[in-house]
Design a protein around this ligand. Structure first.
Ligand code: AKG
Ligand code: FE2
Length: 263
């Protein structure tokens, strides 16, 4: 079920860069319904190749020398040079974000997170997923995220896992408990991230993709990382955009989930 869902999104979202840089009405409807949108071939192979080279140089390692691979999930201090080749600033990515947010979304970095291989482990689908914005630095509300990979990610390869359509049920949760938008849901008895993902209308799906493919996801979409039982490291690159008026609107839970979007 989950695969066919992703399959439909793939089909609808194939984008020919020569033809247009903008999302079609069908793609926008799919994003609104599903809370995510997969766009294949959005990033040029030269850019991906450049990222790979700079990443390995930064790590002081190489794909061919697993004995020199680090083991850290977070890659500190990685900056693409030149900066305008950063994931969230690429023209094709920025054009889509501008279309979705009507020019009101800001942000768009490119933070890497690596799932180093653990081929001896047994893979299982994560039991629950979280929503972002509630990290160690406090509450940092945003609107839209995007994820892409440096290398192919196959099933079990440390994919980004997401709960299709869960942005609707997260929205319903906050309509019911608007005062909890600041993260105080964590003080509720027996709290766990499952309080969001258990409400999801659909079970989890792995974002398996080739480099160059991007998944855009709504900030309310439940998601998480997953184990990598393949032999290849999973380099995920993450970008997030917030609303430029976020300080003003951050406590508001609009009935219309798209009130501060242009779609
Ligand atoms: O590593 C992943 O695929 C998930 C990362 C994630 O959920 C996050 O950074 O918020
Ligand atoms: Fe996350």
């Amino acid at each position: 079920m989950v695969t066919s869902q992703a399959g439909i999104a793939h089909q609808n979202s194939h984008l020919n860069l020569e033809e247009t840089l903008y999302l079609t009405t069908e793609q926008i409807e799919s994003f609104k319904d599903n809370g995510y949108l997969i766009i294949e071939n959005l990033i040029e192979p030269d850019v991906v190749e450049m990222w790979r080279e700079q990443m390995w140089t930064h790590l002081g390692s190489s794909l061919q020398t697993p004995e020199t691979w680090p083991n850290e999930y977070v890659v500190n201090g990685f900056q693409v040079d030149p900066p305008d080749k950063t994931f969230g600033r690429l023209p094709a990515v920025a054009a889509m974000v501008e279309q979705l947010g009507g020019g009101n979304f800001t942000g768009g970095g490119g933070s890497p997170l690596v799932k180093w291989p653990n081929p001896e482990a047994e893979w299982s689908m994560p039991a629950s997923g979280h929503i972002d914005a509630y990290g160690p630095g406090g509450w940092s509300p945003f609107m839209l995220g995007a994820t892409t990979y440096l290398y192919d990610v196959e099933p079990g390869g440390g994919g980004f896992v997401y709960w299709p359509r869960s942005h609707h049920t997260t929205h319903e949760y906050f309509l019911q408990y608007p005062e909890q938008i600041d993260g105080s849901f964590r003080e509720v008895e027996n709290w766990g991230w499952h309080i969001f993902s258990d409400r999801s209308p659909e079970g989890p799906a792995e974002f398996t993709a080739s480099p160059g493919t991007v998944v855009f996801w709504h900030a309310f979409l439940c998601h998480t990382g997953s184990g990598n039982v393949s032999h290849s490291p999973r380099f995920g690159i993450f970008s997030r955009w917030s609303h430029q008026r976020r300080a003003k609107i951050k406590y508001e839970i609009p009935d219309d989930l798209w009130k501060y979007w242009a779609i």
